[in-house]
Design a binder for this molecule. Structure first.
Ligand SMILES: NC(=O)c1ccc[n+]([C@@H]2O[C@H](COP(=O)([O-])OP(=O)(O)OC[C@H]3O[C@@H](n4cnc5c(N)ncnc54)[C@H](OP(=O)(O)O)[C@@H]3O)[C@@H](O)[C@H]2O)c1
Length: 280
């Protein structure tokens, strides 16, 4: 039964919500709440799911956000099973490119202070359009997926950020610094410029803003069917450590930046790329 007392098809609880999109109820739901709250976009898969896991292990309550309910449900169920704190990870279905849907996240936060916003949603959208209309469509889609998702989520949650002590983290890409991804590189690079301005604006409230810039990471949905053995070998060879990154590698960097030890780090880009991009 959910908070609404309404059973669902799968037997798992669903809270009474205007759009019925907060999966498995609010944080109150009979569970002891963690002292800190993190919101992780794209938390249903890959880097976002790994990040949700380490933050939950660190005692955060975590709200994961994505468009696909099934992916979110699978991750919250898995983490509830793995963690000693079932219910610590909850999900909201929302397309973060849509300003009409983003407020669902604010609603799910339910008046709590947000300690960390991890803007991880995004991806490489691909395609080789041969018309200007196609180029415009591809670029708009990439900018929306990688930049606008972060801007809208962060702006929506900005009033709720814990002051002092809040954290905003943006997941970019090594492609922002070295190219190679067309509109994806450009959209991620735009995150950096925005992060610097946001760090200036939020610094006086002792809220930090940082960028994590992953290199080549496997075991996510990022590459879809596009990865070839040759591409894999080339990307591994471009690292100094001779291996691909994992979602846990990136989550570890986010964990540091979200934690109390990183309070004096702001306006920075942290490359987590096996040394494929040097010192930028
Ligand atoms: N893997 C790599 O090698 C690599 C390298 C550099 C940077 N990155 C970046 O790392 C981040 C995480 O990627 P990943 O590798 O973990 O791939 P992934 O598994 O595809 O994760 C991307 C996540 O973003 C969510 N998402 C995409 N558009 C969204 C939207 N409009 N609203 C809400 N959620 C949205 C997706 O969920 P839904 O589809 O359900 O919405 C998905 O959970 C991305 O920003 C990516 O660009 C990855």
């Amino acid at each position: 039964m959910g908070v609404s007392g309404k059973p669902t098809a799968g037997g798992s609880p669903v809270r009474a919500h205007p759009a019925n999109l907060l999966i498995d109820g609010g944080f109150e739901g009979g569970q002891r709440m963690g002292e800190r709250l993190a919101v992780v976009s794209g938390g249903g898969t890959g880097i976002g799911a790994a990040t949700a896991q380490v933050l939950a292990v660190d005692g955060f309550d975590v709200l994961v956000v994505g468009r696909r309910e099934d992916a979110l449900r699978a991750t919250t169920a898995r983490l509830s099973w793995d963690l000693a704190r079932p219910g610590a990870v909850r999900a909201v279905v929302a397309d973060l490119t849509d300003p009409q849907q983003v407020p669902r996240v604010v609603e799910a936060v339910d008046g709590r202070a947000v300690d960390a916003v991890v803007n991880n949603a995004g991806g490489y959208l691909g395609g080789e359009p041969d018309t200007l209309a196609g180029v415009a469509e591809q670029w708009r889609a990439s900018l929306e997926a990688n930049l606008l998702t972060a801007v809208l989520l962060t702006e929506a949650l900005r009033p709720t950020l814990r002051r002092p002590g809040g954290r905003v983290i943006l997941v970019s890409s090594a492609a922002a610094q070295q190219g190679g991804g067309g509109p994806h590189s450009a959209a991620k690079a735009a995150l950096h410029g925005w992060a610097y301005d946001l760090a200036v604006r939020l610094g006086p409230d002792q809220v930090t803003v940082n960028v994590v810039s992953p290199g080549y990471v496997v075991d996510t949905e990022f590459f879809g069917g596009r990865r070839t053995p040759e591409g894999h070998a080339r990307r591994v060879a471009a690292t100094l450590v001779g291996r691909a990154g994992t979602p846990d590698d990136i989550a570890a960097a986010v964990r540091y930046l979200a934690g109390p030890a990183a309070g004096y780090v702001t306006g920075q880009v942290l490359g987590v790329d096996g040394g494929s991009v040097l010192g930028r």
